[in-house]
Write a protein that binds this ligand. Structure first.
Ligand code: FCB
Length: 462
């Protein structure tokens, strides 16, 4: 066989030790929101607000993972997952943001032991959007004190679990927590207050820095970092690109990795009092060295200030970014979330992060797609679109590796169908289908595809 023939037959190999995983988040799968001392999170409260969540869905029973975690770990094992990324519910660990609640921590203790017993490495995210509602009532992330409460939560979690969890993220997507939670109001707590949104952004970053200090103290051997939603912002108009890239990417990357806020973003946010929020010492804490950066990628950001009929705004009105619009590609397929499928832009994202911040190892900590999966007469879920999505994005990740990016692993979002925030249960992202009536789990064909990729550490040959 020719050399080329051999390469094609063998498929596209990933480096030895490449980490294969899947991600979830506490509020999206656990359910059991009132047991073992857990109290309300901001998402429990937000779900009660009429019209906030599609279909009036709530976080209970979700995928009932709190009670079915053993079954779910068995599914992970069937898939051959090396690592499982999940989040801790702060409202279980320190209900109301107050005293440590041992029964709540016990759940994560059991989960971690079950994972380890099945040869799966746990990756814990401390905060994935669900603030104790009692802290929200005190101003939530707009209140600087919340960052110090977060440090206490991080300490409790790392003290108890730090000996067994080798990978930690402090926060998941602080951009979403700040700007969707307090700016557009489509996430909990549903506020529409620009000053609160920019304050939340700084306080979340401060919380990250304080949390890193706790992880270093109590989990010194672990790899710790933060997970950000990053976008390759592109387009013909440099000012549109600058503004959106600043708000989505550099506002979070620069303080964490370079120890400073970008000047142009500081100027954009000055009318909302951003400068006054930053105290001496904050940037030193925020830039505590991290071991790796988690990159969540779902879509590109091709933007312009030219009028584009029918296109959505790409940034918030209140920082003057409302006139920046997405440039839709009429030929690109879209997922059930309406997001264009743009695998090449995953390569662009990874390459540009590696170029601008060269020393930080990267993981794709989330990438995935919702499709209206249907169960056929044989009980099979032939989710061809998801397989194509996964295949294309893994090729894109591989292309980034080939271009020298220090990419250490890939996590599909999500292991299970789950509560997709304001969209409720209608959007199905899982490799595993969940029948919410019976809580029956069924592996979709994409799960078989992913299991084969993991087993081969390679994409199938062409
Ligand atoms: C990300 C979130 C995750 C999930 C996916 C679809 O922004 O981190 O919880 O909702 O989007």
């Amino acid at each position: 066989m020719s050399v080329l023939g051999e390469r094609v037959a063998a498929g596209l190999k990933f480096p030895t030790g490449f980490v294969w995983g899947a991600s979830t988040a506490a509020f999206q799968i656990e359910g059991s929101t009132t047991v073992d001392g857990r109290t309300d999170s901001s998402w429990d409260a937000f779900c009660r607000r009429p019209g906030a969540i599609a279909g009036g869905d709530t976080g209970d029973p979700a995928a009932d993972h709190y009670r079915r975690y053993r079954e779910d770990v068995a599914l992970m094992r069937e898939l051959g997952l090396g690592t499982y990324r999940f989040s801790l519910a702060w409202s279980r660990v320190r209900p109301d943001g107050g005293k440590v609640n041992p029964p709540g921590l016990d759940f994560y203790d059991r989960l971690v032991d079950e994972l380890l017993a099945n040869g799966i490495r746990p990756w814990a995210t401390l905060y994935h959007f669900d603030l104790p509602q009692a802290l929200e009532a005190d101003g939530g992330w707009a209140n600087r004190d919340t960052a110090y409460h977060f440090a206490g939560f991080a300490e409790a979690a790392a003290e108890r679990l730090g000996d067994r969890i080798p990978l930690w993220s402090t926060l998941n997507e602080p951009w979403c927590s700040a700007f969707l939670g307090y700016g557009s109001g489509v996430h909990a707590p549903g506020r529409q207050d620009p000053e609160a949104a920019v304050a939340a952004a700084h306080h979340l970053l401060l919380a990250h820095g304080l949390g890193m200090a706790e992880l270093r103290r109590h989990a010194p051997a672990a790899e710790s970092g933060i997970t950000l939603n990053l976008y390759p912002v592109q387009g013909p108009d440099p000012e549109a690109v600058r503004k959106i890239d600043g708000l989505m990417n550099r506002l979070f990357m620069d303080p964490v990795l370079l120890g400073r806020y970008p000047e142009d973003v500081l100027a954009d946010l000055a009318p909302f009092g951003f400068g006054e929020l930053v105290r001496d010492g904050d940037l030193g804490l925020i830039s505590t060295p991290i071991d790796m950066l988690g990159v969540n990628y779902y879509r590109g950001y091709e933007v312009t200030r030219e009028p584009v009929p029918g296109s959505e705004p790409a940034g918030p009105e209140w920082i003057g970014a409302g006139e920046v619009r997405f440039i839709p590609d009429p030929d690109a397929p879209r997922t059930d979330s309406g997001w264009q499928v743009e695998p090449g832009k995953l390569t662009d994202t990874l390459v540009s992060v590696h170029r601008d911040y060269p020393h930080i190892p990267l993981y794709v900590t989330e990438n995935g797609a919702a499709y209206p999966d249907v169960t056929d007469a044989d009980g099979q879920i032939a989710d061809k679109d998801r397989i194509a999505f996964l295949d294309a994005h893994l090729r894109a990740a591989h292309a980034a590796l080939a271009r020298g990016v220090d990419l250490r692993g890939y996590f599909y979002w999500s292991l299970l169908d789950n509560f997709e925030w304001a969209e409720g249960y209608a959007k199905r992202f899982g490799l595993v289908h969940v029948d919410y009536e019976t809580q029956r789990r069924t592996l979709k064909q994409s799960a078989d595809f992913y299991a084969k990729v993991i087993a081969a550490n390679a994409l199938p040959g062409l």
